[in-house]
Ligand binder design. Structure first.
Ligand code: ATP
Ligand code: MG
Length: 561
C-alpha cells in the first residue's frame, strides 16, 4: 500500500499536464474539462476524486471551465433520480458548472450524422452476424480477429441498412453498425468496434425517438469534441481505448480543439467497495437502507453521516493524482473528517448508554448549574449553562464494579470528576433481582465546583454526564465499517459475504438540553465519544443523531503521532 503522508499534498500530475499546455499556448490557452457521470447510480467518494480533479482544474486555472455532462447513451439504466442526485452532490461538494450542463443524448442527432458520414466514406459497415458470431470473430489477446462476411458491403448498401435500422424496420439485435478499422489489430478495441446497436428501450430524455443507440466508445470521445473539451481526464482502464477515440477523431478533422485524453489511477479505499454495480446490489438487496445510508461510500451517504465537503476536498488533495493504482487506507478519509470537525464542532455532552446516578447529598428538588465553554481551549467562542440536580446520567461504560487495571473511571467507593462540574463519589450500587446494575447511589463534593478538590486530592478520571430532569432523549445511530474485509470479495459477488454484521447499532441516549433546537445537518462533538450529526429523520422533541466518527484517530496513530 502506498500511503500519502498526513499533511503533504501529493502531486497532481494531471494538473501539471494542463498547466504545461496552457504555458505552451495550446488551444490558445483555452482549458475545458468535464465530469462525465453515467446516471445509473449515486456518486461515491471515487467520483469525488474525479470531480475535485476536473472542477479543481477549472478553479485553479484562470479562464478554465468544467462541464457537467451526463453520459446517458445507454437507455436501459438511466433514471431521473440519479440525474438529480448527481447535481445535488456536485453542488454540495462546492463546485459549479454554471450554464454548462449537458447530456450525451443531446448529441444523438449529431452522432448519427457522423455515423452516416463514416458509412459513406467506407469507414463503417452494417454487420448482420449474430452476437455469438461477432464475439467469436473478435478473437482474443492471443488470437487475431476474423473478418465478418458482411464487411465488404458497399457504402450504399450500408447506408440504406443503417437508415432502416434507425427507422425501426429490424428487430433488436438483427444488425449493428461497426467501425471498419482492423480485425488484426493487437489492441482489441480497434477490431471493428460496434458503434450502434438496435435497442427498443425508452430513454429518460429522448423517449422513444430512437431505437438505435450509440455505444459508449463511439459517443464518449465525440461528446467531448462536440463540447470543445480540451482535456478529457479519465481513469486508467480507458488508456487502451484512447487509440480508438483518436481513430474516430482522425475521421472528422473538423473538430478543433481535439480533446487530449489523460488517464489517472482511480481511487480504491480499504474496507469499502466503489463499484456502482455493487453499490446498487447493496441497495436493491436491502443490505443497506438506501443510497444515502450513512455506511455507504456515496456522497449522499457521507453527507448524511456528517462528513463535510471541506473534509472530502482535503482528502482528495492529500491522496494526489497519479498513474499508479493502489488502495488508500480508509483511516486517511476518517482522519480528514475528524480534523475538519475538530475545528468546527461545539463540544457538548451526550450519554449513549445512560446509567442513573443519584446524588444522595443533594436535596430532592434542588437545582444548580455550571457554566461550560463550547471549546475548552477557546472560551471566547462562547458557552452554555449546564443544569445539575440530584439525579444524573453517566455512561454505563464509565462504571466498573470490578475495575480492570489502570481504570480511572467510576468504581464502588471511587471518585471521578464530572466534566465542567464537580467531583462525585460512588457510595453504593443498586441492582435489580437479576443482578443488573440499575442505579448508582453517589455523593458530590460541594467544595469541588469547577472540578478540583479544595484539599488538593488528585482525581484522575473525568466523565461526561447529563442531568436526568433536563436532558433530552435522543436516538443515536452508531455506524461501523460496512465491510469487515480490507478488500471485500475480490471476486464476483462474494463481497456480500464480507459485510460486517455489526455495522449498525441504535442506542437510546440522553443529550444535554442545549441541543433542543438542533436541526438536521447540525454537527457536534459529544465529549469523549465522537462526532455526531443530526439526521433528517429527527422530529421536534425526537432527535436522531448519526455517529460520524469516533474520536480515536487510528491514522494518526499509525503515523506515530
Ligand atoms: P460504471 O462502471 O457504471 O461506468 P463508473 O464508476 O465508471 O462506473 P461513471 O459514471 O462512468 O461511473 O464515472 C464518472 C466519472 O468518474 C468517470 O470519469 C470516471 O473515470 C470517474 N470515476 C469513477 N470511479 C472512480 C474512482 N474510483 N476514482 C476516480 N474516478 C472515478
Ligand atoms: Mg464509467
Amino acid at each position: 500500500m502506498n500511503q500519502p503522508q498526513e499533511t503533504d499534498k501529493l502531486p497532481n500530475f494531471v494538473l501539471d499536464v494542463v498547466k504545461a499546455d496552457v504555458a505552451a499556448g495550446r488551444n490558445g490557452g483555452k482549458v475545458m474539462t468535464r465530469f462525465p457521470p453515467e446516471p445509473n447510480g449515486y456518486l461515491h467518494i471515487g467520483h469525488a476524486k474525479s470531480i475535485c480533479l476536473n472542477f479543481g482544474i477549472a478553479q485553479d486555472i484562470p479562464g478554465a471551465v468544467c462541464n457537467l455532462r451526463f453520459d446517458d447513451t445507454n437507455p436501459s439504466v438511466e433514471e431521473d433520480e440519479f440525474v438529480r442526485s448527481i447535481q445535488e452532490d456536485v453542488r454540495w461538494l462546492g463546485f459549479d458548472w454554471g450554464a454548462r450542463m449537458y447530456f450525451a443524448s443531446d448529441y444523438f442527432e449529431r452522432l448519427y450524422a457522423i455515423a452516416e458520414k463514416l458509412v459513406r466514406e467506407g469507414k463503417a459497415y452494417v454487420d448482420s452476424q449474430t452476437i455469438e458470431e461477432m464475439r467469436a470473430g473478435r478473437g482474443s489477446f492471443h488470437q487475431p480477429g476474423r473478418v465478418s462476411p458482411y464487411r465488404d458491403r458497399t457504402p450504399d448498401e450500408n447506408l440504406e441498412l443503417l437508415r432502416r435500422m434507425r427507422a425501426g424496420e429490424f428487430p433488436d439485435g438483427a444488425h449493428v453498425l461497426r467501425a471498419k478499422i482492423d480485425m488484426q489489430a493487437s489492441n482489441q478495441n480497434l477490431r471493428d468496434p460496434v458503434m450502434y446497436r438496435i435497442k427498443r428501450e425508452h430513454h429518460h430524455r429522448t423517449g422513444d425517438a430512437w431505437c438505435i443507440y450509440p455505444m459508449y466508445d463511439f459517443a464518449h470521445g465525440y461528446s467531448d469534441a462536440i463540447e470543445g473539451v480540451t482535456h478529457s481526464i479519465c481513469t486508467l482502464e480507458f488508456e487502451n481505448h484512447r487509440p480508438l477515440y483518436d481513430w474516430f477523431l482522425d475521421q472528422t478533422p473538423e473538430f478543433d480543439p481535439r480533446p487530449r485524453q489523460t488517464e489517472f489511477a482511480r481511487l480504491n479505499l480499504t474496507y469499502m467497495t466503489l463499484s456502482k454495480r455493487r453499490l446498487k446490489l447493496l441497495v436493491e438487496g436491502g443490505h443497506v437502507k438506501g443510497w444515502d445510508d450513512p455506511r455507504m461510500p456515496t456522497i449522499a451517504g457521507l453527507r448524511r453521516r456528517g462528513y463535510t465537503p471541506e473534509a472530502i476536498r482535503a482528502f482528495a488533495d492529500r491522496i494526489g493524482v497519479s498513474k499508479r493504482n493502489s488502495f488508500v487506507d480508509v483511516t486517511l478519509l476518517e482522519h480528514a473528517v475528524r480534523e475538519d470537525l475538530n475545528a468546527r464542532c461545539r463540544r457538548v455532552m451526550g450519554v449513549l448508554r445512560p446509567l442513573r446516578v443519584v446524588l444522595e447529598n443533594v436535596p430532592e428538588g434542588q437545582e444548580d448549574a455550571f457554566d461550560a465553554p463550547w471549546f475548552a481551549d477557546d472560551p471566547s467562542r462562547g458557552g452554555r449553562s449546564l443544569p445539575f440536580g440530584r439525579a444524573l446520567f453517566i455512561d454505563r461504560e464509565d462504571f466498573a464494579e470490578v475495575p480492570p487495571k489502570g481504570w480511572f473511571r467510576l468504581t464502588p467507593g471511587g471518585e471521578v470528576r464530572l466534566r465542567n462540574a464537580c467531583i462525585i463519589k460512588c457510595e453504593r450500587v443498586v441492582k435489580d433481582e437479576r443482578g443488573e446494575i440499575v442505579e448508582l447511589r453517589c455523593s458530590w463534593d460541594p467544595d469541588s465546583r469547577g472540578g478540583n478538590a479544595k484539599d488538593g486530592r488528585k482525581i484522575k478520571g473525568t466523565l461526561h454526564w447529563v442531568s436526568e430532569k433536563h436532558s433530552l432523549p435522543a436516538e443515536v445511530r452508531l455506524y461501523d465499517r460496512l465491510f469487515r474485509a480490507e478488500n471485500p470479495g475480490e471476486e464476483g459477488d462474494e463481497f456480500l459475504g464480507d459485510l460486517n454484521p455489526a455495522s449498525f447499532e441504535v442506542v437510546q441516549a440522553r443529550v444535554e438540553p442545549s441541543l433542543a433546537g438542533a436541526a438536521p445537518g447540525d454537527r457536534v462533538q459529544f465529549e469523549r465519544v465522537g462526532y455526531f450529526c443530526v439526521d433528517p429523520d429527527s422530529k421536534p422533541g425526537a432527535l436522531v443523531f448519526n455517529r460520524t466518527i469516533g474520536l480515536k484517530d487510528s491514522w494518526a496513530k499509525q503515523q506515530g503521532k
